[in-house]
Design a protein around this ligand. Structure first.
Ligand code: MRU
Length: 350
């Protein structure tokens, strides 16, 4: 299979008057781009998963803040600052679990506070958002390098959800090693779990890796144990939405189950995430807020009801994998091994 390094479209782009995003809701049937002109457009695109994945949410919210600033007609500096702070608070309410959203908005707010005039604030906010974007590309490439060092040609690796190039500025986190392996002609085989209920695995990961020419096979989530047992899966790698100080990790629902399977089959379980995904204000995963989404995501597929009317539904979008089940956390600063409480501090801050 041939690797195509430039095959993936850019998923988020700043265009001075608007933000262009790849509409991830329409993939893989349509490769559609949307232009976001207002703060409400940006908020809606995050809530409805048109743009999704922790780093991409952070980048989009940063661009959204810059857009609010550029669109503002307020001339008085103090009124301008309160207007943009309101915009930041509004965007912060879009999704609760991925800490990259709050991390990016905090950076934007710091830039706003430090600016003296309205014009300076507008310039600085656009500059900061572009910086968040370009840093993410470099960060993901580095995660890919570290991640790839854990695998060898011929390995078979399982993943869930989409922690890929379209969920970041480029390359992705959990999928970055596969993109880099393609560039370096190292052959890896990927099993992608479809990721019920919203199917990020089948709609996005399978599409993304096929676009890039990576060898990917799709399975449903309940095939994971059988596949690991019969297909010689060597490792599991996943992304993250928030990592607590003890290594407990929030990621797409189903991740915890895969970590339990990895322990059963004695294969390594890796989390790949940038340092912006760590929330060291939280001692453990117990404190991470878990988003619960609307029941239609479970009762309907493609607009068609597949469950009885009025059935009770529980739809948590994420679960928490205890640090003790994680072999290593791959960051842009290096791979963190246990003891996580001690080594997260060492690797991230030394
Ligand atoms: O609900 P989603 O699609 O935003 O969930 C995404 C994930 O769980 C990803 O694994 C995570 O955000 C990392 S993306 C690089």
């Amino acid at each position: 299979m041939q690797y195509h390094s430039q095959a993936l479209p850019c998923s988020i782009q700043w265009n001075d008057t608007h933000i262009t995003i790849l509409n991830q809701q329409e993939l893989p049937l349509k490769t559609e781009f949307l232009e976001l002109y207002t703060l409400e457009d940006v908020y809606d695109s995050i809530v409805t998963l048109k743009v999704r994945g922790a780093p991409a949410i952070g980048i989009t919210a940063a661009f959204g803040t810059a857009l609010a600033a550029v669109n503002s007609t307020t001339e008085d500096a103090e009124s301008f600052k309160s207007e943009i702070k309101e915009a930041i608070t509004y965007l912060a309410g879009s999704r609760p679990t991925a800490v990259n959203l709050f991390w990016a908005l905090n950076r934007m707010e710091a830039e706003l506070t430090a600016s003296v005039s309205v014009n300076e604030a507008k310039t600085n906010l656009v500059h900061e958002a572009l910086k968040i974007y370009s840093e993410d590309e470099a960060t993901c490439r580095q995660i890919g390098e570290y991640g790839l060092s854990l695998f060898k040609t011929g390995d078979t690796i399982m993943t869930i959800c989409n922690a890929g190039g379209i969920a970041t500025a480029r390359y992705g986190t959990a999928l970055a090693p596969f993109h880099l392996a393609g560039e370096k002609d190292i052959s890896l085989k990927v099993f992608a779990c479809e990721t019920r209920p919203v199917l990020q695995g089948s709609r996005l990961t399978a599409w993304e890796l096929m676009q890039a020419g990576v060898d990917v096979t799709l399975i449903t989530d309940n095939m994971a144990a059988h596949t690991i047992k019969t297909k010689g899966v060597n490792a599991i790698i996943v992304g993250a939405d928030r990592i607590a100080a003890n290594g407990d990790t929030a990621n797409k629902i189903g991740t915890f189950g895969l970590a339990v399977l990895a322990r059963h089959f004695n294969i390594p379980f890796y989390v790949a995430a940038p340092s912006s995904t760590f929330d060291l204000t939280l001692d453990s995963g117990l404190e991470i807020p878990i988003e619960e989404r609307k029941e239609e995501e479970i009762t309907h597929i493609g607009g068609t009801r597949i469950a009885p009317e009025h059935v009770g539904v529980f739809n948590p979008a994420f679960d928490i994998t205890p640090g003790e089940l994680i072999t290593g956390i791959i960051t842009e600063k290096g791979i963190i091994y246990k003891d996580f409480t001690e080594n997260i501090q060492k690797v991230l801050f030394s």
